[in-house]
Design a binder for this molecule. Structure first.
Ligand code: FA5
Length: 328
């Protein structure tokens, strides 16, 4: 075989190599240390007559360099090709997983929709409150034992994380003239031990309606209508006398669970505190209690969501457990 023939065959082998393995085979075939075809020629140079040696030697060496360069170039080409991912356009796509609203958001939206339909405005207030709005303006004096009803996260001597949404009663009455009716959904905080029905961070919805002749019968109608729309026509509600310093009279509202599948079937469950706004509270915001009166209530959002979605433990809402969340 002449050097020219060898060159032609080697270049063609290198060019046609489809992967690194075939390229390696070509390299061994021509440049392999033991049996490479070009290697053999180079080894046999020493047996040639001096004249021929001088002619063939440089040619063979040049060819070796040429082949090495061609091998190197091809190897780079193959590496580049294999790092480009091939796209299989016939492969079925991956479904995009859409998120959804948290059950507490769903419940908050339901509550807002119902109250908006009853002509209530929706307002919000600060989560960091002053002692004045959270307690004193609500007729809860400093050092009064009734403060024990609300275990408090204090920030400093005057500031705290609100323990209920009731401070917004004061803030709203200070800046608006009756008649009005509002609800205030929002997050509240209590320094309490947690259990299946108590969290340290939960949601309330405050309600407040003030006018010239607003009375408890109005409250009973509004709240019955609210539960009728939320849980259905058969929902029974019950008022129990209770005590909150900022209402007189004060009461608690229970609803009767009507769900044969629930362990709470036919049981009464406390869902909110309420009452007629205390004359001292009205005085404090410069409303004349003889002229204006009204009711206020504060309900626990989680408790209602637990009833609606049959959730046994309040702590599940905040667990971040996708097995729980994905059920909604
Ligand atoms: C109050 O917070 C009063 N501000 C309610 C009120 C407003 C009374 C206006 C009168 C007029 P209470 O502490 O009972 O009241 O809480 C109200 C509701 O919040 C409870 O009925 C319950 O549903 C819910 N709740 C109370 N503590 C927790 C807790 N740790 N975790 C979850 N929900 C709670």
């Amino acid at each position: 075989m002449t050097l020219a023939e060898l060159k032609e065959s080697a270049i063609s082998d290198i060019k046609n190599a489809k992967d690194a393995k075939e390229l390696e085979a070509a390299k061994v075939k021509y440049l392999g240390r033991k049996e490479g075809q070009l290697t053999n020629i180079l080894k046999s140079l020493k047996n040639l007559p001096e004249e021929e040696k001088r002619k063939v030697g440089p040619e063979a060496n040049a060819l070796r360099q040429e082949l090495e360069a061609a091998l190197d170039k091809k190897l780079k080409e193959l590496a580049k090709k294999s790092s480009v991912p091939s796209i299989d356009v016939t492969r079925p796509g991956v479904k995009v997983r859409a998120g959804h609203l948290h059950p507490l958001t769903l419940m908050e939206n339901d509550i807002k929709t119902i109250f908006a339909g009853l002509n209530f405005s929706i307002v919000e207030g600060p989560e960091v409150e002053t002692e004045h709005y959270n307690f004193e303006a609500l007729n809860i004096p400093a050092n009064h034992p009734v403060k024990d009803m609300w275990d408090t996260f204090w920030i400093d001597a005057q500031h705290l994380l609100r323990t209920h949404t009731s401070p917004m009663q004061i803030r709203y009455m200070e800046t608006h003239k009756p008649p009005f009716q509002i609800i205030v959904p929002g997050r509240v905080f209590r320094f309490e031990a947690t259990d299946a029905s108590h969290e340290i961070n939960f949601y309330q919805v405050e309600g407040l309606m003030i006018g010239e002749k607003v009375n408890l019968a109005n409250f009973k109608y509004i709240i019955s209508e609210f539960f009728r729309q939320l849980f259905g026509v058969n929902t029974e509600i019950r008022f129990r006398p209770s005590y909150f310093p900022f209402v007189e009279p004060g009461l608690e509202v229970d609803i009767k669970i009507q769900d044969p599948g629930s362990p709470l079937h036919n049981h009464w469950l406390e869902v909110m505190g309420a009452g007629m706004v205390h004359p001292k509270v009205l005085d404090g915001v410069k409303l004349n209690p003889k002229e204006f009166q009204g009711f206020a209530f504060g309900l626990g959002l989680e408790r209602l969501a637990m009833i609606k979605y049959k959730i046994p433990d309040i702590r599940l809402f905040y667990s971040g457990d996708l097995r729980f969340i994905n059920q909604f």
